[in-house]
Design a protein around this ligand. Structure first.
Ligand SMILES: C[S@@+](CC[C@H](N)C(=O)[O-])C[C@H]1O[C@@H](n2cnc3c(N)ncnc32)[C@H](O)[C@@H]1O
Length: 266
């Protein structure tokens, strides 16, 4: 088995090859992906990085398996629900009155299989936001986006959905085992594949959610991303991070705190 050093020439070459194949820079992800690479190499009996890369290149399933370790898609509707009720009861009404319009620009960055942007879309309906500005939802994982667009969910993913929302915004055809998001909510979301590390961001967002995504990235990558999110936010807008996350040096970037896991800018 090839040397297990994160900086070995073999692994450096593997990262370059993988970037060419997938567009994803493994240098931006924490060391755990290096450990995972070795686990997968052992599983498939690959003697070195070149052999494993050749396997991935020739076998879509092995590439998919590797990608799945990078793009952990776990999500749920209204994850950490108290944050969501704050958006619904305070942040969105305040933005409507501050902006003098119901046309707000909302973004779910790292939207996985759709639970987060559909939760935003439900709040957008509840708060009466204009449907002309759909929630933007982006993820690097095309497979996750395809699942999101189908909008079918098991009841375990819907535990935080209030009963009246479930009745109003979802349909079940099997007595509550699975639910489909209704068309009027689906219409409020626009999905797009994007790589937050490589791609440019749009700007002028009133609310950005980037939750449980950057936890997989190195501190250097996080710092660059938080600068990009800051620039993407409109003055007076809000940036919500995951409930285990915080932005180190947020003041230096220009953010102000606006409560737990919530930042704003003047
Ligand atoms: C654990 S999910 C988070 C889902 C949702 N935000 C939540 O909190 O429930 C992490 C998502 O980040 C996506 N992701 C990872 N790297 C990314 C990148 N460079 N650009 C965009 N999305 C990325 C993954 O594909 C995955 O769907």
């Amino acid at each position: 088995m090839e040397e297990r050093n994160y900086n070995s020439p073999g692994y450096t070459m593997f990262k370059q090859n993988f970037k060419r194949l997938s567009g994803i820079d493994l240098n931006s992800y924490k060391d755990q992906i290096h450990r995972r690479t070795h686990e997968l190499m052992a599983r498939w009996g690959a003697k070195n990085y070149d052999e494993y890369f050749a396997m991935m290149k020739n076998d879509e399933k092995k590439l998919r398996e590797f990608l799945d370790h990078l793009t952990i898609n776990v999500s749920e509707f209204f994850r950490n629900d108290s944050q969501w009720w704050k958006l619904r009861d305070k942040i969105i009404p305040e933005l409507i009155s501050k902006r003098g319009t119901k046309r707000l620009k909302l973004w779910s960055a790292g939207c996985a299989t759709g639970e987060e942007p559909y939760s935003l879309a439900i709040l957008s309906a509840v708060c009466g936001l204009d449907t002309m500005n759909p929630v933007l939802a982006g993820d690097i994982d095309q497979g996750a986006i395809a699942t999101a667009q189908k909008a079918n969910y098991r009841k375990a993913q819907l535990l935080n959905v209030p009963k009246d929302y479930l009745a109003k915004y979802f349909t079940t055809t099997d007595n509550g085992e699975t639910y489909t998001v209704n068309q009027d909510i689906k219409r409020r979301v626009s999905f797009k594949r994007f790589n937050m590390i490589e791609d440019n961001f749009n700007s002028g967002f009133d609310i950005i959610l980037c939750r449980n995504v950057v936890i997989y990235f190195t501190n250097e990558t996080k710092a660059v991303l938080y600068e990009k999110f800051f620039r993407a936010l409109a003055p007076g807008g809000y940036f919500l991070v995951g409930s285990t996350e915080q932005i180190f040096g947020y003041q230096k970037i220009g953010f102000k705190t606006a409560g737990p896991f919530l930042y704003t800018k003047d």
